[in-house]
Design a protein around this ligand. Sequence first.
Ligand SMILES: [Cu+2]
Length: 125
Amino acid sequence: MKIVNGRQSIAAALCTLLLATGASAPTPGDAQVVTKVLEFEPETLTILAGTKVTWTVSDRIAHTVTTGTFTLGGNGLRTSQNPDGRIDLPLTKAHEVSYTFSTPGTYSYYCTLHQGMTGHIIVTP
Ligand SMILES: [Cu+2]
């Protein structure tokens, strides 16, 4: 009887492990990026194509979500930026930003108001 219980425990543990692994894999649907004291969290978000990403403010500071290319200096602050026009919207407590990424690729974005705020959305097929 003890052996059976042991096997059940192992099976339960494996099941939990599988569920935990499954939960960390990207799934289509909705995803969130939240601002935290002048950072986008997570800084890099991996999603499946067709996922709608919503940016929300949790640091009570006004930001923007602006897609494009940029270069970073050694201190992690942007030294140049080139918006691509895909997304360029104010992000405030009252104005969330949502965008559905339908085409696989890597999309970089930044906040035009804060030189240290950058992020990436990796869209997989
Ligand atoms: Cu900002």
